[in-house]
Design a protein around this ligand. Structure first.
Ligand code: HSE
Length: 308
């Protein structure tokens, strides 16, 4: 059995408009890469070979916390080195910590001879995500681990549903050069929501699932409305309302904040519109003196995987 393995884990868009904490999908790019190596020290050691800033203290690093949780579940004590080649920046709203957690538990599970089913790794990955965001949301973790478009019906017990979706769906994603901390961003959202908002949110999430399932692009587009998080978080994304208007004029199906932001995503039914949306996103942030990186990507059927 090999002592070392390289794992890739995808970026993810969570919430997807109305699905706050309940919905997410995996992107074909960007991908995080993590090398996991057994060591003889019976401890987890972190090495960073990327430009991203990540905690090197194993008690503060999401991946080592996730591995510790997995080892506790398996009741074993082994040491691993984690060598990060991060491509997904922390604080970007595209599941950076989720990708780190799923890559870590997936890699360790492989090196241990796969004692766990992939889906059962979710709980350990969530334990890592918890220290980054202060909450046990799986809407990045589940698609990062399993790929595809995911709905989380229930958290206790966890019940994850892989949705079908139109194969032509294209996501344009912009990551402006801003950092929004998920823990802080969650504090912006009131504990209670109005009945009217709850009704609208339920209608939109149900309609989004129906639209995805029946390849109804127009329905997908008009369901990408969020009454819970977007009203509070969009204020921290300069130019957001202008961006929404411009993207709508260019023909995207719909748009919203990716996860807790600052990244913003738009869905289109063809690559040409998706490419135009990328340019509009970049230009709109530049008008606000903010540089950005854009991605045009399909939804990835594949989640976390072995590279070599
Ligand atoms: N659903 C979570 C949130 C995702 O919106 O806070 C964080 O990336």
């Amino acid at each position: 059995m090999s002592d070392s393995i390289r794992i890739a884990a995808p970026a993810t868009v969570s919430n997807v408009g109305p699905g706050f904490d309940l919905m997410g999908f995996a992107l074909e790019q960007p991908l995080d890469i993590l090398k996991v190596k057994r060591n003889k020290q019976n401890t987890i050691r972190i090495f960073n070979e990327s430009d991203a800033t990540i905690p090197l203290d194993p008690f503060k690093n999401v991946s080592s916390v996730a591995i510790k949780s997995l080892l506790d579940t398996l009741q074993i004590n082994e040491g691993f080195d984690l060598i990060f080649e991060k491509k997904i920046n922390p604080g970007s709203g595209i599941g950076s910590s989720a990708a780190s957690c799923t890559a870590a538990v997936y890699g360790v599970n492989q090196l241990l001879g796969k004692p766990m089913e992939t889906e059962s790794l979710i709980d350990s990955a969530l334990a890592g995500e918890f220290i980054a965001s202060g909450s046990l949301h799986a809407d990045n973790i589940a698609p990062a681990l399993l790929g595809g478009f995911i709905l989380i019906r229930s958290y206790n017990p966890i019940d994850i549903i892989k949705l079908t979706y139109p194969k032509n769906l294209v996501c344009t994603l912009v990551h402006p050069d801003l950092v929004i901390n998920t823990k802080e961003s969650r504090k912006l959202i009131p504990e209670k929501i109005e009945l009217n908002a709850s009704i609208a949110q339920s209608g939109n999430i149900a309609a989004l699932v129906a639209g995805l399932n029946t390849n109804n692009y127009a329905l997908i587009g008009r369901s990408l409305i969020d009454k819970i998080a977007e009203p509070h978080r969009s204020k921290f994304i300069p130019g957001y309302d202008i961006l929404r208007k411009r993207l709508s004029d260019c023909g995207v199906l719909g748009m919203n904040i990716s996860g807790s932001g600052p990244s913003v995503f738009a869905l289109s039914d063809n690559p040409e519109t998706a490419a135009k949306a990328a340019k509009i996103m970049e230009d709109t942030f530049l008008e606000n003196n903010i540089k950005s990186v854009t991605y045009v990507s399909g939804v990835s059927q594949v989640g976390t995987r072995v590279l070599d």
